[in-house]
Design a protein around this ligand. Structure first.
Ligand code: UGA
Length: 434
């Protein structure tokens, strides 16, 4: 099939590349000329494991193309994906200006039947808005489908290629038949397409992300309680997770959830519930608890140093909001850094991928290292903000030799308590004994 993907952000690029890899002829459109030029030369603008090789393979195979010319891109394709940003507005709601802008453009341009498939996370009712905008410009037949994306950063290719489910929100027989054909290579009895109406599909995306954010936040509160009453959250987590109704995934406590999705989506669902005069209390608590959780590491450090961190040197491992990405949007490390800088702490930091993005925010206020060890020299303690696999089995001897004191504050519960005791560290983590 000839496909157009509008927007070459994270979702657009993964969608375009993976669909090209299934033999489709895909044209990706973006307004950013420099980005399009770079992509035409095989330069991928994001870091995502396994994506680059697939991207290059399909460019070489002449199945993946890039352009800034929307009119030209949609000429030969009746299937158009919208993968546009829906950033958080000042009031917490999702900003639909990109989606609406493209809907106007499409309305003016389409000449024959098109199915317009929205992959972005958009508030309930957006399909209707897009339909109304396009209809205001044309009488040509078209369908607008809601087809939310559930991929995780770091696992995007795998999640796209082996989805646990594909949600299609549409009442049109024609659109459903086109999408069934397009997604055929990705489905199986275990991985079905679930058809529903547009409004339910749009809410499914928000409800899924908000539920996961709630699950994590619940565990963060359990961990906080564990610290006070002397239980071990690791044990509690294993005990709870072995009930298949609860499941053992997304039960890991830490220093709060971050990223470009959960924070934005929880805010947006709260906002649209308020607009519908529904007080979504549990989600409001999730927002409050997560703000606190992201600030929870520094007080532990401060307490240890008798509430005086001025002039201390702190080393940080991990800056990205989670491992396997360079994304630092809403990363807990940013809250940690802000709080430490407020208290006049000297910061050295290392992250396998995210240092350039943090440097862009803080400039020379933070010193960065070439590897995990060279930021430790003479630091008063080490803080861990992201659980990168390269931090899982460090040389504790080396750490001890380099740090001024053998002290680690771990926001991701990476190490075994007994082993740390044995290694002679003062080790504080989340929801476990000191
Ligand atoms: C999330 C969802 O998992 C995807 O299904 C969804 O498609 C995506 O948002 C989106 O809407 O685009 P992502 O933001 O890439 O994916 O990251 P997650 O792996 O879900 O992690 C989110 C945050 O939760 C991270 O800060 C992570 O550290 C935290 N987390 C996750 C925990 O603190 N504990 C856990 O047990 C799991």
């Amino acid at each position: 099939m000839n496909l157009t993907v509008i927007g070459t952000g994270y979702v657009g690029l993964v969608t375009g590349t993976c669909l090209a890899d299934m033999g489709n002829n895909v044209t990706c459109v973006d307004i950013d000329e420099d980005k399009v030029k770079a992509m035409k030369n095989g330069k991928i603008p994001i870091y995502e494991p396994n994506l680059e090789e697939l991207f290059n393979k399909n460019i070489v195979g002449d199945r993946l193309h890039f352009t800034t010319n929307l009119k030209e891109a949609i000429q030969n394709s009746s299937v158009i994906f919208l993968a546009l940003p829906t950033p958080q507005d000042e009031d917490g709601s999702a900003d639909l200006s990109y989606v609406k802008g493209v809907a106007h453009d499409l309305g003016k341009m389409i000449k024959g039947y098109k199915v317009i498939i929205n992959k972005s996370t958009v508030p309930v009712g957006t399909s209707d808005i897009v339909k109304d905008i396009i209809s205001s410009h044309t009488n040509v037949a078209f369908d607008v489908v809601s087809n939310p994306e559930f991929l995780r950063e770091g696992y995007a290719v795998k999640d796209f290629m082996e989805p646990e489910r594909i949600i299609i929100g549409s009442k049109s027989k024609k659109a459903k038949s086109i999408l069934s054909k397009l997604y055929k290579p990705f489905i199986s009895t275990k991985r079905p397409i679930i058809f529903m109406d547009e409004r339910s599909s749009e809410l499914t995306k928000y409800a899924s992300n908000c539920f996961l954010a709630t699950k994590i936040t619940f565990m963060n509160e359990v961990a906080n309680l564990c610290e006070i009453i002397g239980s071990d959250v690791d044990m509690v987590r294993i005990g709870m997770g072995s009930d298949s109704r609860i499941g053992n995934r997304f039960l890991y406590p830490g220093i709060g959830y971050g990223g470009s999705c959960f924070p934005k989506d929880v805010n947006a669902l709260v906002k649209s519930s308020d607009e519908a005069n529904y007080d979504f209390k549990i989600l409001k608590s999730v927002l409050d608890v997560n703000v606190q959780q992201k600030k929870s590491l520094v007080p532990k450090v401060s307490r240890y140093f008798n509430n005086n961190l001025k002039g201390k040197k702190v080393a940080i491992w991990g800056l990205a909001f989670k491992p396997n990405t360079d994304d630092v949007r809403e990363a807990p490390a940013i809250d940690v850094i802000n709080e430490l800088l407020l208290q006049d702490v000297e910061i050295t930091a290392y992250d396998p991928e995210a240092m350039p993005n943090i440097e862009r925010i803080y400039g020379d206020k933070i010193k960065f290292g070439k590897n995990a060890y060279d930021i430790l020299e003479d630091a008063d303690c080490l803080l861990i903000c992201t659980e990168w696999s390269e931090f899982t089995q460090p040389s504790f001897d080396k750490i001890k030799k380099l740090l001024k004191n053998p002290i680690i504050f771990d926001g991701r519960n990476m190490f075994d308590l007994e082993a740390m005791k044995h290694n002679g560290f003062h080790y504080e983590s989340v929801g476990r004994k000191i």
